[in-house]
Ligand binder design. Structure first.
Ligand code: SAM
Ligand code: DTB
Ligand code: SF4
Length: 338
């Protein structure tokens, strides 16, 4: 009779030898979600170790460069002008203040600086201003990421010329559940923006949110949609809904932490070479739940006491967590002298 370890290795073989696939079906993804928890974790952890150093975590810091007053009606978002979450609409930040925040992020240990704007889509003159920010942040030796809403081909090309490394644009949930959450922008429009970003040669950061009242089928639908993009996003943020008072989703049922961990593990298995980011929602997560998320294959976090408008764990808490788990920040090739 084969040993237990042998049987486990056999069970994982098809996943470990397979090339990176972009033909994941929802049924296959659902089957992964349905695995016994330790089997799922074993597969995810094995693939994680195939492609990454298991104890390294990439550190990004977020800055809201244009807060509030957004014309979109995303049900989860405190920045939507359709909801009253007490977020004041502000103008686009000035360049020196952005660079000051980027310097502070670098000094605190971030390797990537992500600039977020509460826009449906930027105007061309906004893109010019963001390009100046990208150039300035890059000159500090940081990777750059922006999330500005929908982009057209020319805007994506302009951002690429400024040196933008990543563009974040999320699918958020399954195509079927999407309409329950957002009515002002179509799923297809999100896919179109992702194509423009990809065509421009900017790395894609694309993920979603768990805990909005979606069913198991929707979680599988989200991961299947991400994992069947022609090229997998280089970065996959998995957000746990931050339930903000005044938004339509403030009263969403609390998310079972194990369902969140499962989503991370399934993202890791289906997109084995992507960075999977344990994104929003860490403020309310125990150290133990976060440790499980890393074990499930998460290898990136947002670092710093604020996400865009909501709290994130303090640097002190995160540094203690890293020490507690023996994890180290991922070094960029340029920092390693390569
Ligand atoms: N306006 C741009 C857009 O929607 O693409 C960029 C900023 S928007 C805040 C970026 C992402 O943040 C959203 O796509 C969503 O996935 C995430 N997000 C916003 N509010 C959230 C919340 N309350 N909890 C978890 N994730 C959230
Ligand atoms: C992503 O997927 N999560 C980040 C980032 N991309 C821009 C944003 C989380 C926002 C959480 C709510 C807030 O702070 O306003
Ligand atoms: Fe606007 Fe983005 Fe918030 Fe939607 S998620 S309301 S597009 S800022």
């Amino acid at each position: 009779m084969p040993s237990l370890a042998f049987s486990a290795a056999l069970a994982i073989l098809p996943l470990m030898v397979g090339d990176i696939r972009s033909d994941w079906t929802r049924e296959e993804v659902k089957a992964l979600f349905a695995l016994p928890f330790s089997e799922l974790m074993f597969r995810a952890q094995s693939l994680h170790r195939t492609y990454f150093k298991a104890n390294e975590v990439q550190i990004s810091t977020l800055l809201s460069i244009k807060t509030g007053g957004c014309p979109e009606d995303c049900g989860y978002c405190p920045q939507s002008a359709h909801h009253d979450a007490g977020v004041k609409a502000e103008k686009l930040m000035a360049l020196p203040a952005v660079l000051q925040a980027a310097k502070a992020a670098k000094a605190a240990g971030a390797s990537r600086f992500c600039m977020g704007a509460a826009w449906r889509e930027p105007k061309d003159k906004d893109v010019e201003k963001v390009c100046a920010m990208v150039e300035g942040v890059k000159a500090l030796g940081l990777e750059t990421c922006a999330t500005l809403g929908m982009l057209n081909t020319d805007q994506a090309a302009r951002l690429k010329r400024s040196g933008l490394d990543y563009y974040n644009h999320n699918l958020d949930t399954s195509p079927e559940f999407y309409g329950d959450i957002i009515s002002t922008r179509m799923y297809q429009e999100r896919l179109d923006t992702l194509s423009c970003v990809r065509e421009a040669g900017i790395h894609v950061c694309c993920g979603g949110i768990v805990g909005m009242g979606e069913g198991d089928d929707d979680r599988a639908g989200l991961i299947a949609a991400l994992a069947s993009l022609p090229v997998h996003p280089e970065s996959v943020p998995i957000n746990a809904l931050v339930r903000v008072e005044g938004t339509p989703l403030a009263g969403a049922a609390p998310l079972d932490p194990l369902d969140f961990i499962r989503t991370i593990a399934v993202a890791r298995i289906t997109m084995p070479k992507s960075m999977v980011r344990l994104s929003a929602g860490r403020e309310d997560m125990s150290d133990e739940a976060q440790a499980l998320a890393f074990l499930a294959g998460a290898n990136s976090i947002f670092y710093g006491p604020r996400l865009l408008t909501t709290p994130n764990p303090s640097e002190t808490r995160d540094r203690a967590l890293m020490v507690r788990l023996g994890m180290t920040p991922m070094i960029l090739p340029c920092e390693a002298g390569e």
